[in-house]
Design a protein around this ligand. Structure first.
Ligand code: NAP
Ligand code: FE
Length: 366
């Protein structure tokens, strides 16, 4: 058993300003990496800019990361970073900019290499990375993973390198501008991380403590989340301040869980669905969770995660998730291809501790 969690994590109100010295200590010139809009609206970009200015650290901004970031965009940001001679990267946003920040840090640190190093099975250095999450889902602020869209293969895949952020600055204030679907989809992503990590070939009693804690946090807010869906208002009008704090904590804890185990079948199946149907990541993963729990052979372990979440059975859990997420109609042809590609990919199956056959996997679509 082992635990390796090298990211220094702070989670509190006013977190970025409170820890600006440690942020500035990462280098002498920063590249800030964000999505197109949200970091301006929720105040996170302004806080990071102010923090760096107060510490006299110059920076350049790359604010064009799209959802499910592509290799092309990462390379474009990398070129800018090389030209500007930045020596650390700050990712702000959901998983997309935070993942992109890690890949960009790798590209800048290896100026003579091209995009092939992203997926090369060899060690390369990367610039230091700090992450400021504004969704409560991916946990990318603490994980070493960076998932990019590969157009040539019509799917998404994590780069080969493990790039642990040096610093995660978590402030639940930023989450308050999130829309209903974004908040719910990303919370379900975090839930999937907890479940796929617990029910995993690489799970042991040591790293399961992350999932156990996270699932208990989920139990605390699951009714509030459903109420939020039923009201149909912006989450900030329905959720308590405490719920926003719990969501951020849940996502980071879930990130620490998958850092030790990786994810499993629901994530593997989701990537082609996101690529082909533009279903947001958390929703694309969440629709496979009932099938995953239903098929999992160790029923005692399934019962244990259900109890932690406060559900009596897989059926109860399924009903809850169906109402929370809504349905996704996956076309037959796409589904057949998706199942075929997972069944042919040993790396995708290895985190599932039992034999998996095509028929069982096929029934994951509901
Ligand atoms: P995202 O793609 O980063 O963002 C989704 C949308 O939410 C964007 O339109 C974004 O706007 C907006 N948004 C972000 N924060 C907001 C806020 N506080 N208020 C209002 N809107 C906000 O979504 P995500 O689900 O967090 O990340 C998904 C990506 O992470 C996928 O590529 C997935 O594969 C990856 N992922 C990574 C890991 C990992 O361990 N590294 C784990 C799971 C998933 P802007 O574009 O304007 O910012
Ligand atoms: Fe995920």
């Amino acid at each position: 058993m082992q635990i390796y969690m090298p990211t220094k994590i702070y989670s509190e109100n006013n977190c970025v300003m409170n820890h600006r010295r440690e942020l500035a200590a990462l280098g002498s010139k920063a590249m800030i990496v964000t999505g197109k809009h949200s970091s301006r609206v929720n105040g996170s970009l302004e806080d990071v800019e102010k923090a760096l200015q107060e510490e006299n650290i110059p920076f350049v901004l790359f604010d064009r990361i799209e959802e499910n970031p592509t290799i092309e965009t990462v390379m474009e940001a990398g070129e800018l970073g090389k030209k500007e001679q930045v020596d650390f990267v700050v990712g702000i946003g959901g998983g997309s900019p935070m993942d992109a920040a890690k890949a960009i840090a790798l590209i800048i640190a290896n100026p003579t290499e091209d995009e092939r190093i992203l997926y090369e099975a060899k060690e390369f250095p990367a610039l230091p990375v700090a992450e400021v999450p504004t969704t409560a889902g991916t946990g990318s602020e603490v994980t070493p993973y960076a998932i990019l869209t590969i157009h040539a293969r019509k799917t998404k895949q994590s780069i080969s390198h493990k790039i642990y952020p040096r610093l995660a600055l978590i402030d639940s204030q930023y989450l308050k501008t999130a829309g209903l679907d974004t908040l719910i989809d990303t919370a379900v992503d975090a839930l999937a991380h907890l479940l796929e990590s617990y029910l995993n070939t690489n799970a042991d009693s040591y790293n399961r403590m992350y999932s156990e804690k996270g699932l208990s946090l989920f139990a605390e807010i699951r009714e509030e989340l459903m109420e939020c869906r039923r009201q149909g208002e912006k989450p900030v009008q329905t959720l308590s301040n405490q719920a926003f704090d719990i969501l951020m904590q849940l996502a980071a804890t879930a990130g620490m869980a998958i850092t030790h185990t990786g994810t499993s079948l629901p994530h593997g199946l989701s990537y082609a669905i996101t690529y082909e149907m533009q279903v947001p990541h958390g929703k694309a993963v969440g629709i496979f969770l009932p099938g995953f729990l239903g098929a999992y052979e160790n029923k005692e372990e399934v019962q244990s995660v259900l109890e932690r979440m406060g559900f009596a059975s897989v059926e109860d859990f399924t009903q809850y998730l169906d109402e929370l997420l809504g349905k996704v109609e996956i076309p037959e042809g796409l589904w057949i291809e998706d199942v075929k590609s997972i069944m042919a990919n040993k790396a995708k199956l290895k985190n599932y501790p039992f034999e998996m056959d095509k028929e069982t996997l096929y029934a994951f679509r509901r």
